[in-house]
Design a protein around this ligand. Structure first.
Ligand SMILES: C[S@@+](CC[C@H](N)C(=O)[O-])C[C@H]1O[C@@H](n2cnc3c(N)ncnc32)[C@H](O)[C@@H]1O
Length: 204
């Protein structure tokens, strides 16, 4: 699928992924290997109006889709057949319950709160449940700028969050070089940075 085709489908369903974010370009390029999986198991955090979920339903012929949102009002917007889980991605026990219900995914898309602490913690929690060869996407990495998404306050509150998500991802890339690899980089095949998003693939 070309970026133009992906952009057209995204705009038709009303997601902001094909606006100034320009996520349609990496999604067109990097989702292709997963389109013919039978089934392709996909989880997205962030339902809102269901626009991206309807996009995936059109793009993947054999989709098993699930979605998370903190706002119960969004549940009705998920397309038919999409399993929904209402809760906070920052709540460890809630994510455990989703993992227990869902087992593994080929693709996880994190488009929820955009908080740097949630972006890092959710990745740590869900990455082990990505299948070999799978894909994890973190959107809205502009939250690593201190003046956005309460990032300055989050960094002050917890020394663990001193590092923004972008710096933290760079560390995974940096320490994946050489024999003494970063513990989170060991099974990481690629980290691809795009405008405001990172696409991370797992070794097959
Ligand atoms: C940017 S919107 C998702 C847009 C959708 N993925 C699309 O592209 O059409 C973000 C969604 O994340 C949800 N959200 C915000 N904070 C969250 C949290 N802590 N846990 C789970 N969902 C959250 C919001 O309620 C909102 O519906």
């Amino acid at each position: 699928m070309t970026p133009a085709q992906m952009g057209e489908i995204m705009r038709r369903h009303g997601t902001d992924k094909a606006t100034s974010h320009a996520y349609h370009i990496p999604y067109a390029r990097l989702m292709e290997p997963y389109q013919q999986l039978e089934p392709c198991r996909l989880l997205e955090i962030g339902i809102k109006r269901g626009s991206s979920l309807r996009t995936w339903a059109e793009v993947f012929p054999h989709l098993e889709m699930s979605a998370i949102d903190i706002d119960p009002k969004t549940e009705k917007n998920a397309p038919e057949g999409c399993a929904t889980y209402i809760g906070n991605q920052g709540d460890d026990a809630f994510l455990d319950s989703v993992i227990a219900a869902e087992a593994q995914w080929d693709i996880v898309i994190e488009d929820g709160s955009h908080r740097i602490d949630h972006q890092k913690d959710t990745f740590v929690k869900l990455w082990p449940h990505i299948r070999p060869g799978g894909l994890y996407v973190i959107e809205d990495l502009q939250s690593s700028r201190s003046d956005l998404y309460s990032t300055r306050d989050i960094r002050k509150q917890n020394p663990r969050d001193e590092q923004t998500t972008v710096d933290w991802l760079f560390d995974i890339a940096r320490y994946s070089m050489g024999r003494r690899r970063h513990r989170r980089g060991r099974d990481t095949m690629t980290l691809s940075f795009f405008t405001e998003a990172c696409f991370i693939t797992k070794n097959p």
